[in-house]
Design a protein around this ligand. Structure first.
Ligand code: HPA
Length: 254
């Protein structure tokens, strides 16, 4: 089974979708889905809730990822709105996220709280290399242009960063967002393949003029539709497996 996690704005797909509520030990989660010819299902999860009601620091990441796991999902493509601190990537551009740095402060990061021993998850390849390479290949023959790869600096939010913070963060990464951690970590803990396409919505604070809030909506609208179409095409037509990545055996027992 497959899933698409939409960031800001990627949840108004106009196909007729069915809806299911999944109860997890962390809370209940509403997901939409459609069934493809193989009989498998593609689930759509809106990270912030259907009405974009949950700010990034209050998203129930564990419930979201556990709900997809309960539904049998192994492969997840997600999108995320990000600000750019790299001259090469402008508002409106798309980037593949290939690593992260975590500056969050108050989030629960793990499913493993000691009940089944001490476990650590390998983060040498947080985003699935296989999902990334399939996506890049597929995007070459499509109307989706990927500008390059990017390191994602995750901040706590919901406030935007100060100029001084961005001055520091730009030494560490290319884009800033508020949601990739812990989402990518939790997916890996459950052995799922997970990849993220960053949608650059604005220049980061102080980087070039001020943050223009209307840009965020415009960039998302421009890109969300075609990204979702490409994800669907991949899930419908490509044979995806876990043979060539390490996502399914990244948890280490110590
Ligand atoms: N900072 C943090 N998160 C974001 C930004 C930003 O500039 N743009 C979109 N999400």
């Amino acid at each position: 089974m497959y899933a698409i996690i939409g960031g800001t704005g990627v949840y108004e797909l106009n196909t007729s979708l069915e809806n299911i509520e999944v109860n997890t030990e962390y809370g209940s989660v509403e997901v939409d889905f459609l069934e493809i010819e193989s009989g498998e299902k593609i689930y759509f999860l809106s990270r912030h809730g259907k009405k974009h009601s949950k700010p990034p620091h209050l998203v129930n990441y564990r419930a979201n990822i556990m709900a997809l796991n309960i539904l049998g999902v192994k492969y997840i493509y997600s999108t995320a709105a990000v600000g750019s601190m790299n001259e090469k990537y402008e508002p409106g551009d798309l980037v593949i996220i290939d690593d992260f740095i975590d500056f969050t402060k108050s989030r629960i990061m793990t499913f493993y709280e000691g009940k089944s021993g001490v476990k650590h998850v390998d983060m040498s390849e947080p985003y699935c290399s296989n999902l990334i390479s399939i996506f890049l290949k597929k995007s070459m023959n499509s109307n989706v242009e990927i500008k390059g790869s990017a390191i994602y600096v995750t901040t706590e939010g919901p406030r935007f960063e100060t100029k001084a913070e961005i001055n520091m963060y730009k030494n560490f990464g290319d884009v800033v967002g508020m949601t990739s951690v812990p989402e990518v970590v939790l997916a890996k803990e459950l052995g799922m393949c997970y990849a993220t396409i960053g949608i650059i919505t604005n220049w980061c604070t102080g980087f070039k003029n001020e943050i223009k809030f209307h840009d965020i909506e415009n960039s998302m609208n421009m890109n969300k539709e075609k990204l979702t179409q490409l994800f669907l095409e991949i899930f419908k037509n490509d044979n995806i497996d876990q043979e060539s990545c390490h996502c399914n055996n990244a948890v280490m027992n110590l």
